[in-house]
Design a protein. Structure first.
Length: 197
């Protein structure tokens, strides 16, 4: 849930063109040379005349509106639960997701997980096999009209499913994908909602 743009860049050691990406907490530039910024390197980032400007003087030409948006996102990054769409008072549930901190964080947001699988605003569901994917259809009735299911799977070399397999299983039961997040260092999550008529 980051930002991505092709940019003209000016660095203290010269100019370059390339791809600028912001995936919190890192800002990456891939041009003739790869450059990564995070932590102190992003302190004091600002928008100036259509450029995103870093503390070391590096400048990325994004245009006025985009530069302001990028600076705001870097200075005030969205929290983990904001990225997942969790708001106070939501009905949430967790099925099989091996993340011990998740339940506590949801409770701290005022959206403590419940055992009653009806009219859920958000359901976090772990699926790492074809059998677990096949169960998605059984879980759809548990969602509120505008509810969402986050299908959480292993990522990288440990992945046992491909994103396209997860999407196909969800689409087969009338769901559409509308968001992906890196759930943790080892897990990824795809968000699905009911298809609107």
């Amino acid at each position: 849930m980051g930002k991505d743009a092709q940019v003209e860049a000016r660095f203290p050691d010269g100019a370059d063109q390339g791809r600028l990406q912001y995936e919190p907490p890192k800002l990456l530039f891939r041009g003739a040379q790869r450059r990564a910024y995070q932590g102190d390197a992003l302190k004091g980032v600002r928008a100036e005349g259509g450029d995103l400007v870093l503390a070391d003087g590096s400048r990325f030409a994004l245009g006025e509106k985009a530069a302001a948006s990028w600076a705001e996102a870097i200075v005030n990054p969205k929290g983990w639960l904001d990225k997942l769409g969790v708001k106070p008072g939501m009905r949430t549930a967790i099925l099989g997701v091996a993340d011990e901190a998740l339940a506590g964080e949801l409770a701290g947001r005022g959206a403590a997980p419940i055992n009653d699988l009806t009219t859920l605003d958000i359901l976090f569901y772990a699926a790492d096999s074809a059998e677990e994917l096949a169960r998605i259809g059984d879980l759809v009735p548990a969602l509120a009209e505008k509810g969402a299911i986050w299908v959480v799977s292993r990522k990288g070399k440990a992945a046992t499913l491909k994103d396209v397999e997860v999407m196909a299983a969800a689409k087969a039961v009338g769901l559409v994908d509308n968001k992906v997040v890196s759930f943790s260092e080892t897990l990824t999550a795809l968000r699905f909602t009911r298809r609107r008529p």
